[in-house]
Design a protein around this ligand. Structure first.
Ligand code: SF4
Length: 162
């Protein structure tokens, strides 16, 4: 293994063990937010997996989005997304974030689901999803995503240069 490749691997390893998240509610009922907070209680303890609640987008790696994205939230969500530095990931939590939920119907005034406003890496459906489901999705997806980030980006860059 070359030095460059070894350093990439080390960087990915470290990055996958220190993930900071910002949670944003784009117009949901707060049910999903309560379940996300429960993930940080002693019972589920998401921090044991190296996933920390930070809530400063400029210092975060992940945006966890709840809610159906109301018209008022669309531009703010895009701005928040751009404030998160690369590499970054987005997780949509709850049926509202995944499909617009009960608000996504005539007269609902929403422009979700979230994936139609910003790129989404993982979705956790449920109204609201249980903390076990959120923890399981986040722990399955995020470390793997950040562990392979350098290689994925390196591969994309090499493909562009070819
Ligand atoms: S998915 Fe259900 S619990 Fe979550 S914000 Fe929407 S209505 Fe509320």
């Amino acid at each position: 293994m070359s030095l460059k490749s070894a350093l990439k691997k080390l960087k990915g390893f470290v990055r996958s063990r220190s993930i900071h998240v910002t949670v944003v509610n784009t117009g949901g009922c707060n049910g999903c937010d309560i379940e996300i907070l429960a993930c940080y209680t002693y019972r589920y303890d998401l921090e044991q997996y190296g996933i920390y609640y930070h809530n400063n987008p400029r210092k975060s790696d992940v945006l966890i989005v709840t809610g159906p994205v109301t018209y008022q939230w669309r531009d703010k969500l895009v701005k928040l997304y751009h404030k998160v530095p690369e590499p970054k990931a987005v997780v949509a939590v709850g049926t509202c974030a995944c499909s617009g939920g009960i608000f996504n119907q005539r007269g609902g005034r929403v422009c979700g689901p979230v994936r139609e406003v910003i790129p989404v890496d993982a979705e956790v459906p449920g109204c609201p999803p249980r903390p076990e489901e959120i923890v399981s999705a986040v722990v399955d997806v995020l470390p793997a995503l950040f562990r392979s980030w350098e290689f994925r980006r390196g591969g994309a860059r090499e493909a562009q240069e070819a």
